[in-house]
Design a protein around this ligand. Structure first.
Ligand SMILES: [Zn+2]
Length: 71
């Protein structure tokens, strides 16, 4: 009679790389929604982006709902 024993190993910890990547995505999203006044589009659009503020206008209601001041 033979006995087989299965050993299953699983890790319950979160990989550090995933934590770092998610933190960077969170910071970028927080900046985009809460603080961007045309800064991101100014990279390609120039100073005109600060007048149009496309991301600000797109996220305006979300910004107010989240409690970020904008005007
Ligand atoms: Zn507003």
């Amino acid at each position: 009679m033979s006995r087989y024993m299965k050993v299953a190993r699983h890790s319950t910890s979160v990989p550090k790389n995933a934590t770092i990547i998610l933190a960077l995505v969170f910071v970028f999203g927080l900046f985009t929604i809460g603080f961007d006044q045309g800064h991101l589009f100014s990279i390609v659009q120039g100073a005109e982006a600060f007048d149009s503020m496309y991301l600000h206008e797109l996220s305006h209601d979300l910004r107010h709902a989240a409690g970020f001041p904008c005007h």
